[in-house]
Design a protein around this ligand. Structure first.
Ligand code: C5P
Length: 220
């Protein structure tokens, strides 16, 4: 069939990742979680003693990292030089440090290059999600969606994801701080021209998946 790239951006806790993965399954498409790539570079820097404030060193790490990310929606797998880091990149230490990589423009350029190659190599269908997919990585995607949710809904979902290990106040501060730092380099709060905004605040998981699939059917 003809090529179909579904680009989905949004803030943390918008439900983006789980929704995008399920949409990919239903479309029998590949799936790319670009946030996992920023997380992997962050973990690699921490593990190898790269100073996250040293832009040139972070850029070199992004260039040199032997990073593999599964693009099957049914297999969540990230490896660095063959080591499985799928779970490690979700640790709170990585979440709180990742914006340092995301705001290093040289590292972004390298990850964007890799993401475009993964999208091009995925065959004819892929759902790719992150913060700058609709605007920078794949502005020519057939379908571009900004998945938003109210602050309240986002904090609630993040809390559920982390299983209540942190206090509400800590959690709220971490999510808001990270989005504020990320916003310095990417605008994922307002939809760019031609990008469909989908507010999931009052939708459950299944309703959000259906809403995205509806947009795909209308636009593609
Ligand atoms: O989506 P997730 O919360 O896992 O993303 C982790 C981090 O990666 C974000 O907080 C942001 O700093 C960075 N990111 C980015 N651009 C993307 C995807 C993620 O800057 N396309």
């Amino acid at each position: 069939g003809k090529s179909l790239v579904v680009a989905i951006d949004g803030p943390s806790g918008s439900g983006k990742s789980s929704v995008s993965r399920e949409v990919a399954r239903r479309l029998r498409a590949a799936y790319l979680d670009t946030g996992a790539m920023y997380r992997a570079v962050t973990l690699h820097c921490v593990a190898t003693g790269v100073d996250l404030h040293d832009g040139a060193a972070v850029e070199a790490a992004a260039r040199d990292i032997e990073l593999f990310i599964s693009t099957s929606p049914d297999l969540e797998s990230v490896t660095i030089a063959g080591d499985d880091v799928t779970a490690a990149i979700r640790e709170p230490e990585v979440s709180s440090a990742v914006s340092a990589v995301a705001t290093t423009m040289g590292a972004r350029a390298e990850l964007i290059r890799r993401q475009r190659a993964l999208i091009a190599g995925a065959g004819h269908r892929i759902v790719a999600e992150g913060r700058d997919i609709t605007t920078v990585v794949a502005p020519d995607a057939e379908v571009r969606i900004l998945l938003t949710a109210s602050e309240e809904a986002r904090l609630r979902r993040r809390g559920d994801q982390l299983g209540g290990t942190q206090t509400d106040a800590q959690l709220k501060q971490q999510v808001l701080d990270r989005d504020a730092r990320d916003s310095a380099v990417v605008n994922f709060h307002q939809a760019a021209d031609g990008v469909v905004t989908l507010d999931s605040s009052d939708l459950d998981f299944e309703q959000t998946v259906s809403a995205v699939l509806d947009v795909v059917r209308i636009v593609a």
